[in-house]
Ligand binder design. Structure first.
Ligand SMILES: Cc1cc2nc3c(=O)[nH]c(=O)nc-3n(C[C@H](O)[C@H](O)[C@H](O)COP(=O)(O)OP(=O)(O)OC[C@H]3O[C@@H](n4cnc5c(N)ncnc54)[C@H](O)[C@@H]3O)c2cc1C
Length: 499
């Protein structure tokens, strides 16, 4: 039986990001993926948020995405645009880029890191015991791993087989998505009717002055709200025609679909992100309406939160309890995502009372403070893990400052590219001695003369020293005189090595 330290079920965006993080940390990780290759049938996520771009920047791969996507103020709340160009980040925008391209770029990175992928095979069942997990595959082979992570999407077999409850709300709306030919040209763009929202577009587009301008040839992408919710079989061309006629009074002579699929606003979240040696991430842990575009982004960031923790536990540098901080930190983030998507779905209703409510919300979001607060939430820049009281940086993302170091100018994100923790000494050089953690934590003496600014918070006091986790979140802020640095180093990066 083939053995790996970690097996990931599912090579979608979450599974690949997690595999990359584990491989960077030197962990033997493999992916089991049902699809024979990375091709993705149908349309899914359409872009990346500011924080996800920062996360890719922290690993030195953001340029691969920027080279293919379109930078724009694409973030929003219930289709109300939220401009983040005044936020203090290098990536003060979103990136329009289809999921199939995001997956291809991630797959390229994971292949450079030589992660084995068992393709064209499904995980069919597993059993965990005190020392590991035995995993059965659809081709009859078995794998053994210390940990199994279910990144196998919303219908996650790993979640179901682990007996983890998927709590939440049933669907209230259902939409058909398709790509097809049409005899007549439909009005491209997003439309609202009493039945709900429908939209027409094309694969190729440009964002000009914040507006999507579609190519003028090629098959048409369709999204149309269905009258009934709760269908249990895949939608057909006939269902699509009926939904179009109900919404638009015509089906525009639709024919020759390339693919047809369906999504709903079902909102559910795993009650636990960990059960023993089995963990969940991405859509396997949370599903919701695609409105607001947070699904893929949340999954990628789950992976970045879990990766370094799992690596340290597998390598024996940290106790297993570190894994529980993954649920503690990421469960509330996805709970907020469910909340914002449910609110946006409610605001999409087209009755007069909801229209009145939309107007009020739109007025509120036109004001500086509410806009910044919701924009920080939607872009992921406002994520705050509850790591205790103290400096406002604690539990928040470390800004990508331009530092001056003994080796010359250096960006903080460049220092995070090897996914190793970082103690940044911004006071007199040589003040810190962290020899018992020197094998795990980088200690950098640096200067930064500028202002420390956080999105939606503003200027904060310049810290004397900052301990940054590999996921780019600040674990501790303080001074050499504070004994709690030892506690922070032990909590996050394991006990001191013996002298
Ligand atoms: C219409 C639509 C629009 C969306 N728009 C956005 C957006 O704008 N922004 C955004 O951030 N998100 C968006 N999303 C959500 C986004 O697509 C998902 O959140 C994202 O794909 C989740 O990634 P994942 O890796 O967790 O799961 P998935 O992408 O579902 O990947 C799971 C993988 O596991 C594999 N798998 C499943 N079961 C098994 C098994 N038993 N064995 C082996 N392999 C298995 C699957 O083949 C798949 O490759 C949208 C989704 C939809 C449907």
């Amino acid at each position: 039986m083939k053995e790996h330290a970690v097996v990931i079920a599912g090579g979608g965006p979450t599974g690949m990001m997690l595999a990359g993080e584990l491989a960077l940390a030197g962990v033997d990780v493999a992916i089991v993926e049902r699809r024979p290759n990375q091709e993705l049938a149908g349309s899914r996520a359409g872009g990346l948020s500011s924080r996800t771009l920062e996360v890719f920047d922290q690993r030195g791969i953001v340029d691969r995405f920027l080279a293919e996507g379109q930078r724009a103020q694409v973030g929003g709340f219930a289709a109300m645009r939220l401009d983040i160009s005044n936020f203090p980040t290098r990536h003060n925008y979103g990136l329009g880029l289809r999921q199939k391209h995001i997956e291809r770029i991630l797959a390229g990175w994971v292949s450079e890191l030589t992660v084995p992928i068992y393709r064209g095979r499904e995980l069919t069942c597993f059993a965990q015991d005190d020392t590991g997990v035995t995993i059965e595959l659809s081709d009859g082979a078995s794998l053994r791993a210390s940990y199994l992570v279910g990144c196998d999407g919303g219908r996650s077999l790993v979640r179901k087989a682990a007996g983890i409850e998927f709590r939440g709300w049933d669907a209230t709306t259902s939409s058909i998505l398709a790509e097809a030919e049409m005899a007549e040209e439909p009005p491209l763009g997003i439309h609202r009717t009493v039945l709900g929202i429908h939209a027409f577009g094309r694969e190729e587009y440009e964002i000009r002055d914040g507006k999507i301008v579609f190519a003028n040839k090629g098959p048409i992408g369709v999204m149309v709200t269905e009258k009934n919710v709760g269908a249990t079989i895949e939608p057909t061309l006939r269902d699509l025609r009926e939904a179009l006629v109900a919404a638009c009074g015509t089906d525009y002579g639709i024919h020759s679909p390339t693919w047809i699929s369906r999504f709903t606003d079902m909102s559910r979240q795993a009650a636990a992100y960990r059960k023993g040696r089995v963990l969940l991430a991405g859509d396997a842990a949370h599903v919701h309406s695609p409105v607001g575009g947070q699904g893929l982004n949340t999954g990628v960031q789950d992976a970045v939160n879990l990766g370094w923790k799992l690596a340290q536990v597998v390598k024996g540098t940290s106790p297993e309890g570190l894994l529980d901080t993954y649920h503690v930190e990421r469960h509330p983030v996805a709970a907020r995502v469910l909340r914002t998507t449910m609110a946006q779905v409610a605001l999409q209703r087209t009755d007069d009372r909801t229209e009145a409510l939309r107007e009020i919300v739109s007025e509120l979001l036109g004001m500086e403070e509410p806009r910044e607060r919701i924009a920080a939430e939607m872009s992921g820049l406002g994520i705050h893990y509850d790591l205790g009281e103290g400096h406002p940086l604690v539990g928040r993302r470390m800004p990508d400052l331009e530092l001056v170091t003994p080796d010359g100018p250096m960006r903080v994100f460049t220092l995070l590219q090897n996914a190793r923790p970082l103690l940044l000494n911004l006071g007199a050089p040589g003040r810190f001695d962290i020899a018992p953690w020197a094998d795990r934590v980088q200690l950098i003496d640096a200067e930064f003369a500028g202002t420390w600014n956080l999105p939606a918070i503003g200027a904060v006091t310049a810290p004397a020293a900052v301990l940054v986790r590999p996921d780019g979140y600040v674990a501790w802020v303080g001074d050499r005189t504070q004994p709690d640095l030892t506690d922070a180093l032990t909590t996050w990066f394991g006990p001191p090595a013996a002298a």
